[in-house]
Design a protein around this ligand. Sequence first.
Ligand code: NAD
Length: 458
Amino acid sequence: MQIINPATEEIIAEIPQDKAASLDLKFKMLKNAAESWADCPIQHRIRVIQKFSDSLSKQIDALAATLTSEVGKPLSQSRQEINGAKTRIQWLAEHAEQYLGDEVMTRLADMEERISYEPLGVVCNISAWNYPWLVGVNVFISALLAGNAVMYKPSEYALLTGLAIENLLKEAGIPEGVFQVALGGGDVGEYLLNLPFDGYFFTGSYKTGQHIYEKCALKMVPCQLEMGGKDPLYITDDITDIQQVAAGTADGAFYNNGQSCCSVERIYVHKHIYENYLQEFLKTVSSWKVGSPSDESVYFGPLTRKDQLKVLENQVQDALVKGAHLHLGGNRLKGKGYYFQPTVLTDVTHQMLVMKEESFGPIIGIMKVENDEEAISLMQDTEYGLTAAVYGSDRKRAERILHQMNAGSGYWNCCDRVSAALPWSGRKHSGFGATLSHAGLQSFVRPKSWHLRSQTRL
Ligand code: NAD
C-alpha cells in the first residue's frame, strides 16, 4: 500500500497489505493471548496503559510529524491531537478500577448479590483517519483496560500512525498477542467481518457503518457504531460578544479542515444579529492561513482524501444553482496537494446538499432565522444525531432548545468538543453505543450476576 502525503502528493512509504493468511494468524494470536490478559490484575493493565501514555509525551514531535505527513493535519493540530489522546487515556486509566470493578448490590445475612464485569474477549476495532489517535484511543484503550485482546484496523489513510501506536503499546508492555494491527483498506475490513470476533467497534461513515451492522446482526455479538454528523449550531439574539462568538464558532466549523465528526456543519443565526455575526465570521476565517501543514502558522492544510475535493465542489455547485450566495472560497487550489479554499455560503436552504449531507471539509452554510422556533425546526431536520450547540447568554433558553434535539451531546456556548468524562455517543445515522466515561469503559465488558447464598437449605 502506498502512503501518499496529501500536501505534496508524494509517496512517502510503502507498506505490505495484510492478506487472508496473515489476518487469520493475527486473529489466532489474539485468541491465544486473550485469556491471560483478561486474568491479569486490572492494576497491571492500568500500569501498562499509563506507561504507553507517558511515551506519547516523550515522542510527541516524531508522532505529530508522522500524523501530519499522512493526513495533512497542521503540525500544531497534530500535537494537540496527541496531547488530547493522552488526557483521555489518563482519565480512562484513572477510572478503570472504579467502573470495571465488582459491585456488591445486596448483602443479607445469608445472601450476597454481586455484579462482576467480564471482558468481551477478542474485539475488532475498525477505525477512521480524521483523528486516528483520539478515535483509536476511545476504543482500544478502554478495550485493553477492560481485559480484551484487540485487532485494531487503522484507516488506510492513517497506517503509519497505526503502526506507531502498535510499537508504543508493545514497548509499554502489552503482550505480543494482545494487540494486533490489520493493515489494509475496505477489503481487509470486510475480511475481519467474517472472522469470529466477540465484538465490533466501528468509527467511520454511515455507509460503512450500516453495512457492518447488517453483517454483525447474523453474528449475535455486540456492535457499536460511531459515525458522521451534520451538527447544527444556533446563535441566539442575546449574545454579548459577537466577535468572540464568531471566532469560536468558526473554529468549531473549520478546525482540522472541518474533518471532524462533531464539526459544526450548519449555522443558524437570529435575524437581529445576523449581519454583524456574518461579518465577524468572515473576518476570522479570512485571517487564517492556508498552506503547508508543516508550517506552524498554518490553520488550513490539505484535505486528507483527494476524492473529497469533488464532494465539496459538488456541494458548492448545487448550492449556487439553487440560489446560495458565495462569500468566500468555493474552489480547490491549483497546484500540488488536496487543498480546498475555506468556503462560506449564505442564502442557503435545506433543499441544498450543503445543509443536508455531511461535508467533512472547510465549507459552511449560514442561515438567518426569525426566532427560536424556526431554529429548532431547522436544527431537527437531519438524519444525523451527534451534537447540537446553542450560543447565547440565557442558559435556560439554551437548555430548552437542546432538550429538543435528538442528539448524543448538547453544547451551550461551546462546540466541537469531546470530554473523557462524558459518554461520546451518536443517535440515528450517527450511530449508537458509547465510548469514553463510565459508559464507554463498560461498553467493553459483559455483566455477570452472582447470587451467592451461604445456606444450602431452603
Ligand atoms: P469510512 O467509513 O470510509 O472508513 C472507516 C473504516 O472502515 C476504515 O478503516 C475503512 O478501511 C473501513 N472499511 C471500509 N469499507 C469497509 C467494509 N466493507 N467492511 C469493513 N470495514 C470497512 O470512514 P472514514 O472516511 O475513515 O471516516 C470519516 C467518517 O467517520 C465521517 O463520516 C466522520 O464523521 C466519521 N467519524 C465519526 C466519529 C464519531 O465519533 N462519531 C469520529 C470520527 C469520524
